[in-house]
Design a protein around this ligand. Structure first.
Ligand SMILES: [Zn+2]
Length: 104
């Protein structure tokens, strides 16, 4: 019997007792036909790319060596609790950091 554990919290997932959720992430460079009419979106795309980069850096066990623009596919096993957190915030962006008021 295969043993699974959650890739986020490392907790073992008891298949048969609880549901194992699979997350697949595919990262690939978007190829625009000829760029016509796309120029205005450029800055926005770059922003998302940066977020994705940050996400990938957080995924420790992923080999980042060959992130050279080639298509990359990732697959993760998630427990129910982590699945719920993931679907709410797939990129792991922390909105809370903008409310980090420092008091003296
Ligand atoms: Zn988990």
């Amino acid at each position: 019997m295969l043993h699974y554990s959650c890739d986020v919290c490392k907790r073992p997932i008891k298949t048969g007792v609880e549901v194992r959720h699979v997350v697949k992430i595919e990262v690939f460079p978007a190829v625009e036909d000829d760029g016509a009419g796309q120029a205005t979106d450029e800055a926005d795309d770059a922003d998302h790319l940066e977020e994705m980069q940050e996400l990938l850096e957080r995924l420790d066990d992923v080999d980042l060596e060959d992130l050279d623009g080639a298509t990359r596919a990732f697959r993760f096993d998630l427990c129910e609790a982590c699945r719920q957190r993931f679907v709410r915030n797939p990129l792991g962006v922390k909105p809370g950091k903008y409310f980090d008021f420092s008091k003296n």
